[in-house]
Write a protein that binds this ligand. Structure first.
Ligand code: NAD
Length: 290
């Protein structure tokens, strides 16, 4: 396939490289980032998009993704698909879908989980919203860039799945960290805590697969001085998207709101910026109730 790729940052670059390695012709545009070897450099987003069968965007937020879509949709070929893999708000994804429909072009919102490591290894999970026909067109690309793609329904539902998943993740990580901090003060050994919880009803991905306590459980960012991994800043971004969506549809999400407030304090007023999101454990360690 001829693929246009707009947004070649930390995630976009390895995704584009995997596509070229699989034999696809990729034309890429990024105003700042270097264009990786094997990808043809375009001078504008329109140039990257104009001859492509599928245009992939991997951009920082909904405003930028929507603005790039407005720019490139008029020059895209009619049978093409715009595949936005950025993590953005549900409303922007649905607005991009409407814009694409106005131009007679297919649209999918397909945010990912798996981070930079998953993008490099080609093991991302894609959560996809949009039409069956667009999903069929993009299917072979999901198989190259990832190991799983789930079609979640109409446009916007990929973003909905992503923010619901990450709201659970943020809440669960905080719960796991505060439980470890409580266990410390109760004199309970962390290994014993892990051995019990990881095989009891308190188990979770954050405890069993990504344990925030160094030296306990499988290797995780806690064992690497809390270098991300999944940065606390990105968790805050996703939690904010969950709260924006909750306001839009009048959903009651008190735990999501509390997790958002805690990560906001951690990232903006404490030392959380640039640390893995599991660094909530050293934050809770030794704190008192007041
Ligand atoms: P990044 O900042 O490294 O890359 C974004 C790129 O977009 C940058 O290179 C930037 O120059 C480019 N860009 C900005 N405005 C542009 C424009 N108008 N036209 C073309 N390019 C433009 O970010 P990233 O880590 O690659 O993340 C990209 C998306 O993936 C975000 O939505 C993020 O939330 C999501 N995501 C990131 C991770 C992760 O671990 N990094 C994990 C899952 C999802």
């Amino acid at each position: 396939m001829k693929i246009g790729f707009v947004g070649l940052g930390n995630m976009g670059t390895p995704m584009a490289v995997n596509l070229t390695n699989a034999g696809h012709e990729v034309v890429g545009f990024d105003p700042v980032a270097a264009i990786p070897e094997g990808v043809t450099k375009a001078q504008t987003a329109q140039e990257a998009a104009s001859r492509a069968d599928v245009v992939i965007t991997m951009l920082p937020n909904g405003d930028i993704a929507h603005s790039v879509a407005s720019d490139i949709l008029p020059v895209m070929t009619k049978a093409a698909v715009l595949l936005d893999c950025s993590t953005i708000d549900v409303a922007s994804a649905r607005a991009m879908d409407q814009l694409a429909q106005d131009h007679g072009i297919g649209f999918l919102d397909a945010p990912v989980s798996g981070g930079v490591a998953g993008a490099s290894a080609g093991t991302l999970t894609f959560m996809v919203g949009g039409s069956d026909s667009a999903f069929t067109t993009a299917g072979p690309l999901f198989d190259i860039m990832g190991q799983k793609s789930v079609h979640c329904g109409a446009a916007g539902n990929g973003q909905a799945a992503k923010i619901c998943n990450n709201m659970i993740l943020g809440i669960t990580m905080i719960g796991t960290c505060e439980a470890f901090a409580l266990a410390d003060k109760l004199g309970l050994d962390r290994q014993a805590m892990f051995d019990v919880v990881s095989t009891s009803s308190g188990y979770s991905w954050t405890m069993n697969a990504y344990c925030p306590a160094p030296g306990i459980g499988p290797q995780s960012p806690a064992d690497n001085d809390y270098k991300p991994g999944f940065a606390a800043d990105l968790m805050l971004k996703d939690l904010r998207l969950s709260q924006q969506a909750a306001i839009d549809v009048d959903a009651d999400t008190p735990m999501g709101a509390a997790a958002t407030a805690l990560y906001q304090t951690f990232v903006e007023q404490e030392d959380g910026a640039g640390q893995d999101f599991s660094a909530m454990l050293p934050r809770f360690e030794g704190r008192s109730r007041s």
